[in-house]
Design a protein around this ligand. Structure first.
Ligand code: SF4
Ligand code: SF4
Length: 234
């Protein structure tokens, strides 16, 4: 597994978490300072650990004009792996005296402004950790693996060294995901820090596409065309 920790000084707790996470299957682990976010958004925690697992190229490359059942199953399997790794990291932190919270890989809560968002947005922590940026598609885009990743987060107050946040999109003039989306859900804007997700894409239109066009494949995932067509990580 490749070790990806950007821009911070070595720290014993960072190394413990990184080594454990990678031994359990994480592709990369990132660390971020959350204190620029409102306290309520970060549940009172100052630090986040991002767990990243790369999706299978073999499975993603089978997606042509629509998602496959294999992808749908893989998506859920990777979410389970992320949740298992998060739990193990959380237990390790708590055994060292740092109460922590693991945010599930896939979780929606009732936010009246953005009903398809999670309790804490994993990609916010991943960007603050310096692992990548937010694409025009509103997906997190890892510097090496592109959007072909899934994320989970552990919130903690453990004394962790942190990465250097990414503050600009690297999508450039690319608009591949905008053209690829069958629901015309992607607005085409370049991400800047602080932008709300609904300025980038219409989560309702995306969800409806999955429900209406791909019901035979399964509910609870996204179609993935914006992810597989992105040139970064192919
Ligand atoms: S998952 Fe599919 S419908 Fe949703 S934004 Fe991406 S391409 Fe569009
Ligand atoms: S397809 Fe292009 S515009 Fe869309 S996220 Fe990837 S690099 Fe950015």
């Amino acid at each position: 597994m490749k070790k990806v920790i950007s821009g911070h000084q070595p720290n014993v707790l960072n190394d413990t978490i990184t080594n454990l996470g990678q031994s359990l299957g994480a592709t990369a682990i990132g660390f971020s300072d959350l204190t620029i976010l409102p306290e309520q958004k970060r549940m009172g925690f100052d630090r986040a650990i991002t767990i990243l697992v790369k999706l299978s190229d073999g499975i993603l490359n089978q997606i042509g004009e629509e998602p496959t059942q294999t992808y749908f199953s893989h998506y859920r399997s990777v979410n389970r792996l992320l949740d298992d790794i998060s739990l193990r990291l959380l237990l390790t932190l708590e055994a060292q005296g740092y109460p922590s919270v693991a945010i599930p890989a896939s979780q929606s809560v009732a936010d009246p402004d953005d009903p398809y968002t999670g309790a804490f947005q994993h990609k916010t922590a991943a960007v603050l950790a310096g692992l990548g940026w937010i694409g025009r598609s509103a997906l997190f885009v890892h510097q090496r693996y592109g959007p072909r990743v899934r994320l989970a987060t552990v919130l903690t107050n453990g004394p962790l060294a942190v990465g250097e946040p990414v503050t600009a999109s690297a999508c450039g003039s690319c608009r591949v995901c905008v053209s690829a989306c069958p629901a015309q859900a992607i607005e085409g804007q370049l991400w800047t820090p602080g932008m709300r997700r609904n300025q980038l894409y219409d989560a309702f239109a995306c969800s409806q596409q999955m429900k209406e066009a791909y019901q035979h494949i399964g509910r609870g995932a996204v179609c993935g065309l914006c992810m597989v067509r992105c040139p970064i990580g192919q």
